[in-house]
Design a protein around this ligand. Structure first.
Ligand code: AMP
Length: 440
């Protein structure tokens, strides 16, 4: 038996009955067994004379008929359902069944070409095909149906992300991903995107079938109104970064979509949220977990991507996902740095050249500690002293904390270190700089 992918279409009412009857007829007699049938969706006709919209879908059959015999069976079925022979090319039809893929066979015969020549260019064919046979491989292009669908350009021929702003639009997008059995990757951001964000998006593009990036300056996680107000908002540039990084959809809701009138819920991770960064910025992590939880609920991703740059945030989010049983893998990726070593951050644009130079003392401190670690130094005090040295010597920095903690519990480590997270935070002119290294 060979697995065959068929395209289904009808634009003469009753369209769905025509398709379902044809599938019944197709199974009559030996040699064809019907497998999965996709959802049937309405699409506008392509080419031909003016005519009604199509209902399109796809199905899988198992067959021991040879390709030509299967085609003859299909043509007999189409006639039985009422399709007139000799109809106008690309004209209206009661039912139209195309052999899209026949196992891994390549067929070039009069009246029969498999894989179907237009399989790779038509969204209305590839979408239902991916739903029932996303794993089937095009024998010439060596790409799966799912990959072919993913590579399909939009109408302008560019891969520009769609921008969604409402919860309903977001849910519809997720539903269509689910229908197509696509995995979804989420990259939550506050915009003003840089190469650090792009690294998360690119990795999501590699690992998930569809990527949604959220761009939302979350008022709940700001402790000072002035900081919220001056936070950079650069949506147009951000969309270019998203397009180049493989993002399919950008979710950029206004605050009232995320927090409509009457919103009263707070998600809070006890303990982990109130130490270190949480002690300096009370309420900050409650804002983060509340918004991340809501984004996860709206986008239902298989994986969500975060930067190690905000190390405590990753610990808090991981704990929340675990505690609440949210079925989403949290992926944490390394900090991306500018050539001088400073960790990239949307707020770095507010630094003067002198402030930036002062900020680099944090990086020197972390590197000194890393160097000692590589030389087998395992004493917490010595590692911390190495990190603090350059920071204390830099008058342009006001440190908030420099600590060595357990990477999972954030509890301070004293004495010998097996694995540690060295966290630094300091005020530098108009911004606070955060950085860290993992030791071990
Ligand atoms: P933000 O827009 O600052 O909320 O950051 C969105 C995501 O990007 C968070 O998961 C950050 O940790 C991550 N991120 C920010 N800066 C960097 C960076 N320099 N390298 C890697 N990831 C980053």
């Amino acid at each position: 038996m060979t697995r065959v992918l068929l395209g289904l279409g009808s634009n003469v009412e009753p369209r769905e009955d025509h398709i379902r009857t044809a599938l019944d007829f197709l199974q009559e007699g030996d040699g064809v067994r019907l497998g999965a049938v996709s959802a049937l969706t309405v699409t506008a006709p392509v080419g031909g004379p003016p005519q009604g919209d199509y209902l399109n879908g796809a199905c899988v059959v198992e067959t021991d008929l040879a390709p030509r015999d299967l085609m003859l069976r299909i043509q007999a079925v189409e006639r039985r359902v009422g399709r007139q022979s000799g109809t106008v090319r690309w004209g209206p039809r009661e039912v139209d069944i195309d052999i899209l893929l026949y196992g891994d066979r390549v067929v070039h015969q009069p009246g029969l070409v498999v894989p179907h020549p237009r399989l790779t260019t038509r969204r209305f064919v590839l979408e239902p095909a991916a739903e029932v046979a996303g794993d089937m491989v095009h024998p010439v292009l060596r790409r799966s149906v799912r990959e072919l669908l993913r590579a399909l350009p939009d109408r302008e021929g560019r891969r520009t992300p769609r921008v969604l702003t409402t919860a309903d639009e977001m849910r519809d997008w997720v539903k269509s991903c689910r229908r197509n059995r696509f995995t979804v990757g989420l990259v939550p951001t506050m915009g003003a995107l840089h190469a650090g964000h792009a690294s998360l998006m690119t990795q999501a593009y590699r690992e998930a079938d569809r990527v949604v990036a959220s761009i939302f300056v979350n008022p709940l996680q700001f402790d000072a109104a002035s900081d919220l107000q001056r936070y950079p908002r650069t949506l147009e540039d951000d969309l270019l970064v998203c397009a180049e990084s493989g993002v399919d959809t950008v979710f950029a809701p206004p605050p009232e979509v995320m927090f409509p009138p009457g919103f009263r819920t707070k998600v809070s991770v006890d303990g982990l949220s109130t130490v270190l960064e949480g002690a300096v910025r009370p309420g900050h992590f409650d804002g983060v977990t509340t918004v991340v939880c809501k984004l996860l609920a709206l986008t239902l991703p298989d994986r969500a991507y975060f930067g190690q740059k905000d190390a405590q945030q990753t610990v808090v989010v991981r704990r929340m996902v675990k505690d609440l049983g949210i079925p989403c893998d949290i992926v944490v990726l390394p900090t991306v740095r500018d050539p001088d070593g400073l960790a990239m951050s949307s707020r770095n644009r507010f630094l003067s050249p002198e402030e930036r130079a002062a900020g680099l003392a944090l990086v020197r401190g972390l590197r000194a500690a890393e160097g000692l670690w590589r030389e087998e130094q395992r004493d917490a005090g010595a590692l911390l002293a190495a990190a603090k040295g350059p920071v204390d010597a830099e008058p342009g920095l006001v440190p908030d904390y420099i600590v060595l903690v357990d990477p999972d519990t954030l509890e301070p480590i004293e004495g010998p270190v097996r694995r540690g997270l060295l966290l630094v935070a300091a005020r530098c002119g108009p911004v606070r700089l955060l950085d860290n290294v993992v030791l071990g």
